[in-house]
Design a protein around this ligand. Sequence first.
Ligand code: CMP
Length: 131
Amino acid sequence: NLQYTLALLKPDLFTQPHCVKAVLNEFIPMNGLKIVIQKTVSWSVKDAQYFYAEHRGKYFFQRLTDYLSSGPFFALVLQGPDAISKWRKLIGPTRPDKARIHHPETLRAHFGLTDTRNSFHGSGKRGFFVY
Ligand code: CMP
């Protein structure tokens, strides 16, 4: 089942070039995923609010949208067999502290900082997000 998915390497990761390199050159290819588009993006608060519209009204919405508009980050399109679920499995649970306990092999366990600054995003069932 060949799929495409949108992956974000969020602003906190972007400021750590050696971490970005490990993700791009090791974690992604070693998990059978291929980077077909790689773009540096900078979002306004409005861009972030639009992207995360499904979370509007939640207590962390402002934190989340401030964070994603705080600086440049990478947007990737990944391709591979079951890319949507594979990438989400690879990034692990939302909270890096939980990830470190229960899923230490995941990207958020390795690189994530907090609930909000969790370094990665993986698109859900619909997979692709068109800009
Ligand atoms: P992401 O997978 O991009 O989807 C929604 C984002 O909201 C999530 O990663 C986190 O960055 C943030 N988020 C989700 N739940 C919480 C929470 N309980 N507290 C703070 N931020 C959260």
